[in-house]
Design a protein around this ligand. Structure first.
Ligand code: NAG
Ligand code: NAG
Ligand code: NAG
Length: 371
């Protein structure tokens, strides 16, 4: 209840509408459907990776026997979306995007294929009303800075191109629009961007990267800091995770870019939690390699896998990426952290993932192997 999704999007609207809410004491896929069914609730709220847990869970007799007409929440990934809808017999998925410290939001009440996987649809009406106040700015994926043209102004991302979302603020109202972070002017200052299209305008940086296609469908690409560059190409960790998520032996995964000695940029690495009917010994590394090589451009294929019993999550079911990213493929750091995870890699020219050993790490450090 400490989170905006709990109090601001659920409890307060429920009180306002005179409706009822059923709170679970603790999330478990075993008790979830019995509680949903018994409550006769017609709306279900999800956050983060909750829907993936449900999709990964074994079938439950009550999973289609309930009154839920709409699942509403934030963080449903495209690879889970339609499976969730069909398996659990919930016709409407209402995905939203917003942030407590943000200036804009998106909503997508989705029933069919057209906007499945999107966080919003920006149509003609939206553009006529709000189009001037929100834009996606071109970013440099290495530095994460917003790219400026030769006159010093920001460049709009093209159709289909990922860009950081900015919201226009009236400079006279800046203080009331964003109160800032508590006693932290440095962090507060980083959210403001001035001189975007003219010298004295003011925008708010969302820190989120999105892409809008030619039909106005808006997709969440990454949180800034999650995209990485490999072989001079931009790789979105979420897009790679969505392809891995389609592989049936994978329950959950966390994709990030890792530094490799003697190489520019970062290459893809995925921490993978095998599904409950798979163990590391029966995991099909050859078929996984085939799957990713067939579905992803070569530069986005994760070259390293870290097989783990579980991922670490924040209190709102968002994956914590920091530590795995810092440890990367450095076996010393991984051992120092006391981790028993097993690493695999796709050596140059190989089409199967094989165990990644200390001698491979040494060879990479010595520049004897080039990825
Ligand atoms: C949605 O797309 C899937 C696969 O592309 C297709 O099987 C299904 O019939 C489509 N559903 C509708 C309502 O068009
Ligand atoms: C301000 O916020 C940044 C993160 O944005 C944090 O690293 C830093 O420690 C904070 N400073 C203070 C004084 O709280
Ligand atoms: C990567 O992104 C940057 C900044 O958006 C862009 O200039 C560059 O062309 C992109 N590279 C590729 C290969 O798409």
């Amino acid at each position: 209840m400490y989170h905006g999704a709990g109090q601001g999007l659920c409890i307060l609207p429920v009180i306002y509408a005179g409706a009822s809410v059923r709170l679970g004491r603790k999330f478990s896929h075993k008790t979830f459907w019995p509680e949903v069914s018994e409550s006769k609730a017609n709306r279900l709220q999800y956050v983060g990776e909750l829907c993936r847990y449900l999709v990964n869970a074994p079938p439950h007799p009550l999973e289609r026997k309930h009154n839920v007409e709409e699942a509403w929440g934030n963080g449903m990934r495209p690879d889970v979306w339609n499976i969730f809808r069909e398996r659990f017999n919930i016709p409407v998925i209402h995905e939203l995007y917003a942030a407590t410290d943000g200036m804009g939001s998106t909503f997508n009440r989705n029933k069919g294929n057209f906007s499945s996987g999107a966080i919003g649809v920006r149509g003609l009406l939206w553009h006529s009303k709000h189009g001037a106040n929100e834009l996606r700015a071109r970013i440099d994926p290495d530095t994460e800075d917003i790219v400026r043209d030769r006159n010093g102004f920001v460049i709009r991302a093209a159709v289909g191109e990922p860009g950081e979302v900015l919201h226009r603020i009236d400079p006279a109202m800046a203080e009331s629009a964003f109160k800032g972070y508590y006693k932290n002017d440095t962090a507060t200052g980083k959210r403001w961007l001035r001189g975007v299209f003219e010298p004295n305008d003011l925008f708010f940086r969302s820190g989120d990267v999105m892409r809008v296609d030619v039909d106005g469908r808006t997709y969440f690409v990454d949180r800034l800091g999650d995209t990485f560059r490999w072989k001079s190409e931009n790789v979105s960790t979420n897009e790679v995770a969505d392809v891995l998520g389609q592989f049936e032996q994978i329950a959950e995964c966390n994709v990030y870019g890792v530094s490799v000695p003697n190489a520019d940029g970062r290459c893809g690495c995925a921490t993978i939690v095998p599904g409950s009917s798979t163990s590391i010994d029966t995991f099909d590394f050859a078929r996984l390699a085939q799957h990713v090589l067939g579905k992803l451009p070569r530069y986005s294929v994760p070259l390293f896998l870290r097989m783990a019993p579980e991922l670490s999550y924040t209190g709102t079911f968002k994956i914590q990426k920091g530590q795995a990213k810092r440890e990367g493929i450095d076996l010393d750091l991984i051992e120092q952290a006391g981790s028993k995870d097993r690493l695999y890699w796709l050596p140059p020219g190989s089409t199967i993932y094989v165990p990644y050993r200390r001698e491979d790490w040494e060879a990479l450090k010595a520049g004897k192997v080039k990825l």
